[in-house]
Design a protein around this ligand. Structure first.
Ligand SMILES: NC(=[NH2+])NCCC[C@H](N)C(=O)O
Length: 322
């Protein structure tokens, strides 16, 4: 049986509001309050992070803290790659979504010849680049990094040479060049995007299953449809941003958007997705307890993570021969 390895990434340099690096500990506290032994059950590794640049300021408004984020991306990439090479099932628990690029790079580094598909369960597309970002927040850019695109067709910013250089270096992490093809990305509950992101999504026909479609077909069917969409892929990574949940569940995340999933829908989607033997890595991000009350977001996030871990593990158990 393959074993789960928890990979903790307490970085929040990519978010626009402060506090996401505390999300990992908030989830641990939730597990204790919910009387679960989850964090005793699985081994975990801590990726080295350093949020201290927040005290001194960013290098450029077109990609804030990207000079420090590049180091975290490399370390996440190596941790994920090592876990996969070791035959483990990495479940990444990270602060802001920017480091999901490191995860993707790590998956590709471990299996460079395999075709990778990504299921992005998120209110956002995270397809910006330093050339298009409206906010400069790098958590809006990880999927563009993975696709290796600059999206200059619809450029709105002129980043300084230093940022352009770091951006080029980031895109090389793991393996040279794009980690996946844009048509091998599927979104679930994406509902808050900007024009340059829509341009890419339309150009490459990137499928989004809206919250309405989740209601219409049911979360189980949508998970099956998302997997079917990626049938040509050899391996799949699932990235779950808690802002895919509706703000009525909790506002404990930096960029909440109305019209999101219920806890039950998110639970069904994630537990169904990881049943696919092609799914080899799952991640959860953007829990921010400083924006929350009574640790609500961490509690529901933990509930989803625990159910997903159980499904991930159970579906990989070898049948017992009698
Ligand atoms: N993973 C996230 N929470 N991303 C939020 C991105 C919001 C917005 N599109 C931006 O680029 O600033």
């Amino acid at each position: 049986m393959k074993e789960i390895l928890l990979i903790e990434v307490k970085s929040e340099l990519g978010a626009g509001t402060r506090g996401a690096s505390l999300g990992i500990d908030a989830v641990k506290i939730a597990s204790i309050d919910l009387q679960s032994d989850f964090f005793a059950r699985y081994d975990s590794v801590n990726v080295r992070t350093d949020n201290s640049p927040l005290f001194t300021g960013f290098i450029s408004p077109s990609a804030k803290y990207v000079n420090a984020i590049i180091g975290v991306e490399k370390r996440v990439c190596n941790a994920v790659c090592e876990a996969l090479e070791f035959g483990q099932l990495p479940m990444v628990l990270a602060g802001d979504h920017s480091t999901a690029f490191g995860t993707i790079a790590g998956v590709k580094k471990a299996f460079p010849d395999k075709r990778l598909g990504v299921i992005w369960v998120d209110a956002h597309a995270d397809l910006h680049t330093p050339y298009t970002t409206p906010s400069g927040n790098v958590h809006g850019m990880p999927l563009a990094m993975a696709l290796g695109t600059d999206n200059r067709d619809v450029q709105t910013n002129e980043p300084p040479a230093e940022v352009a250089h770091i951006w080029e270096e980031i895109k090389k992490i793991g393996v040279e060049g794009p980690k996946l093809h844009p048509s091998d990305v599927v979104f679930i509950s994406k509902r808050d995007t900007e024009a340059p992101e829509d341009y890419l999504a339309e150009k490459f026909g990137m499928r989004n299953y809206t919250t309405e479609e989740v209601r219409k077909y049911g979360p189980k069917k949508v998970a099956a449809m998302a997997l079917e969409q990626l049938r040509e892929c050899d391996m799949i990574y699932v990235s779950f941003d808690v802002d895919s949940l509706d703000p009525s569940v909790s506002v404990g995340t930096g960029t909440p958007v109305p019209g999101g999933l219920t806890v039950e829908e998110a639970k069904v989607i994630n537990t169904e997705l990881v049943k696919s033997p092609k799914v080899l890595c799952w991640e959860m991000v953007e829990i921010n307890p400083t924006l929350d009350s009574e640790n609500k977001m961490a509690e529901v996030a933990f509930e989803i993570m625990e159910a997903t871990a159980r499904s991930f593990e159970d579906s990989r158990m070898k049948p017992v021969l009698v």
